[in-house]
Design a protein around this ligand. Sequence first.
Ligand SMILES: Cc1ncc(COP(=O)(O)O)c(C=O)c1O
Length: 490
Amino acid sequence: MLKEYNELIFEISQPGHVSYDLPENDVPTYDLTKDLPEYLNRQEVAKLPEVSELQLVRHYTALSNKNFGIESGPYPLGSCTMKYNPKVNETIAALDGFSQIHPQQEPETAQGALELLYNLQEYLAEITGMDHISLQPAAGAHGELAAILMFKAFHEVNGEGVQRKNIIVPDSAHGTNPATATVAGYETIEIPSTKEGIIDIEALKQVVNEKTAGIMLTNPNTAGLYERDIQQIVDIVHQVGGLAYYDGANSNAIMGMSNPGTMGFDAVHLNLHKTFTGPHGGGGPGSGPIGVKANLEAFLPVPRIEKVDEHYVINSDYPQSIGRIKGNFGNFGVNVRAYSYIRTMGADGLTQVSKDAVLNSNYLKARIKEYYDVPFAQHCMHEFVVSCKRQKVEHNVNAKDIGKRLLDYGIHSPTTYFPLIVEECLMIEPTETESIRELDQIADAFISISKEIMEDPEMVKQAPHLTSVRRLDETTAARKPVLTYQASLQ
Ligand SMILES: Cc1ncc(COP(=O)(O)O)c(C=O)c1O
């Protein structure tokens, strides 16, 4: 590869090179330094790279080739549901009526977009078994926060705002759950899991009391296990006046087969960028709608989209609402993609998605369990965990080394060191969009690496060998991030 394709675009830049060919100017020219008001006048001209179109295309093609995404190979990153994002969703979201719309447009001129959002709310209410949906939250953790703020508002209205200080979070929950409780001003009470990896009911009974504001339950939990005693868990919390929150980011495992509404939960969030194929992995944007039962409706974020006769209107007249938590109606483009996905799959299709996601995960687990320790013997849901403790103790090769070596096989690493309840953990989520051929390739890679560990552990510890960058210094990257071109020159 020519050197320049390893350079930054600013380093390729040469004065006078352009990637555009504009027609002759046929409108009056203004001298911006004279015609603009002083406060809008920049003293310095923006330093933009000057490159030809071909240089530009090669530069970004080279960059994209260095990246790893779901379109490069299997991406079994547990907890993240890195499923394929169908192209039809992109085509729909790019339609002018969706992509060129302005969020402040008069509702009369945006009826189609409002209808889409309204219908999406209805679909998600059906899927979750909830009474009302808000599409405002920008991602999963944001949805959690919105819902827990609603719990708070509920207790305040009932005169128990001061008394109810605690949110119960199992140790198998997603990390954003305790973080959310803390940000919302609650104290987190952690309860342990049993040896089977599910909630310890006796431990739960011991911590619930009149101070309990609610529980946050991730189901299936981060070990990929379905909580066995859900009904009892919800009842225990409700009996002391607390509310029950369902982290539905793992809904890929249960669509069409069970739902948090029927289980008795008061609120839920979904990750549209996981379960409903919103592209993710580069930091966003996401969409984390929340669903609530009728007891929490008054507290939903405003503005809300409502249907009056055949007309869609925006209503902010809810005095007990927690208010606006995101500009406009959330990340519209992600919501359009989710709508397109639901419509293309249909109810039966979504149910099949979950069945296949669970089947794929159990298949992969069955194929590799002889080679890696599986801490929880029962069937898993859409993901499962293995422990690499044996490899570490016997050969000094850890979970991270194995994840890095998988890259040499063209497979992204699973999530490492999470959940925290499993030592040297790899959390593996193949998703339903991998076929049996790819599942076998993933299994073969795991098995092959387990043999390499015995024959040449040092080689595995040095992996990856075939990627454009080798091991990155993650500690320095986290402690001394260099985030701009200018900073890299210093
Ligand atoms: C179970 C669970 N809960 C919450 C979240 C947080 O979602 P987000 O990253 O969109 O904030 C995730 C993210 O993957 C998750 O897996």
